[in-house]
Ligand binder design. Structure first.
Ligand code: AMP
Length: 144
């Protein structure tokens, strides 16, 4: 069976990423597909606006270092080689879709908290990913 050939798993590097790891691994085996992973670091200036009256560069560097280590650990468990591990700066939903396009992924795996109604308005990465995705998207239920 070879419906999907290149699966991209997007991880926020929280505990919930384990659920995604399991699912992505099962899919990769079932389809004998290539597996890539991505974590997007949101620049603090994007999160808090450009008018923060302090230098955030050291904090940003620390966040980047930690993310690099955690992504490497995540990737090692799934036997994803370095060249298929992607650490990117920007808005998660935009960057995930753009990377999927760039690496010709045919399935994006993301977590979904199953929020609905007004809760969805606050923030849902899966919603954003779905809107701009160049391929199929699998929303895996994580947490509540
Ligand atoms: P959220 O809607 O922000 O709770 O995130 C749901 C899912 O979107 C996560 O389980 C990940 O699959 C993906 N995601 C969220 N933030 C990021 C991020 N910074 N980098 C990569 N994927 C992310």
């Amino acid at each position: 069976m070879n419906e999907y050939t290149h699966i991209l798993v997007a991880v926020d590097l929280t505990e919930e990423s384990r659920v995604l790891a399991k699912k992505a691994c099962a899919l990769q085996k079932a389809y004998e597909a290539k597996l890539s992973c991505v974590h997007v670091i949101e620049p603090l200036s994007l999160t808090y606006g450009v008018d923060v009256p302090m230098d955030l560069s050291t904090v940003q560097e620390q966040i980047q270092e930690t993310a690099k280590i955690q992504l490497r650990e995540f990737a090692m468990e799934l036997e994803i080689v370095t060249t298929d591990q992607h650490l990117i700066f920007g808005r998660p939903e935009t960057e995930i879709d753009s990377l999927a396009n760039q690496i010709a992924a045919d399935l994006i795996v993301v977590g979904s908290h199953g929020r609905h109604g007004i809760a969805l308005l606050f923030r849902s990465t899966v919603n954003g990913v779905l809107h701009g995705a160049p391929c199929d998207v699998l929303a895996v239920r994580v947490g509540i």
